[in-house]
Design a protein around this ligand. Sequence first.
Ligand code: ADP
Ligand code: MG
Ligand code: MG
Length: 209
Amino acid sequence: SAAVSTDDLVAWVRAFRDTVQQHKDELTRLDSEIGDADHGSNMARGLDAVVAKLGETPASAAELFKTVGMTLVSSVGGASGPLYGTLFLRMGPALSSDEVDAASLGAALRAGVDGVVARGKAELGDKTMIDALSPAVDAWDAAAGDGATPAEAARAAAEAAARGRDATEPLVARKGRASYLGERSAGHLDPGATSATLLLEALRDTLAG
Ligand code: ADP
Ligand code: MG
Ligand code: MG
């Protein structure tokens, strides 16, 4: 269908928590190679705190994402907490109307990713979550512009995120802890690009269901 309900968005957040839990050890292993081995536990802790706050269905998408963003900012100490928190905090105001469709959800995702860029100053190719998020929003918009449903746009976005994640492997990191390794950061997938791909895959799976 063309409409995305607040229940769908709650289900997305819960699905993200579930897939991060399932991939927690993998995310931490990736971060042990080029960081400080806490990305899986950071994300799992933050998303557990988020799910604990999701009691009754929030009144609106904007309220949901405000709660998610504020909880991630306050419960995750690492770089990823404020960055994912900003993503959700910026998505909320972009979804202030009642009707969420492929175009408005794409615009919200773009506002969120723009917020991550403004906060973290990473560019495409710096070997960060932006390498998955930025191609994902571009793919979303291209699909939505061609008349895709939200489910179809999410499928395109998840594919683009996974390609962006895979493309981080040969890169030398220029932002975050991995940048301290210089050339030795090459040859490893970026943990944040990997969790960001899980975020888009959770949306794809939620909207497909
Ligand atoms: P920390 O590095 O503080 O331990 P995490 O391990 O939870 O935090 O998260 C690391 C991930 O955060 C990296 O893999 C990268 O994708 C992302 N990241 C780090 N710095 C930035 C930045 N400035 N902009 C975008 N993403 C970043
Ligand atoms: Mg870390
Ligand atoms: Mg850390």
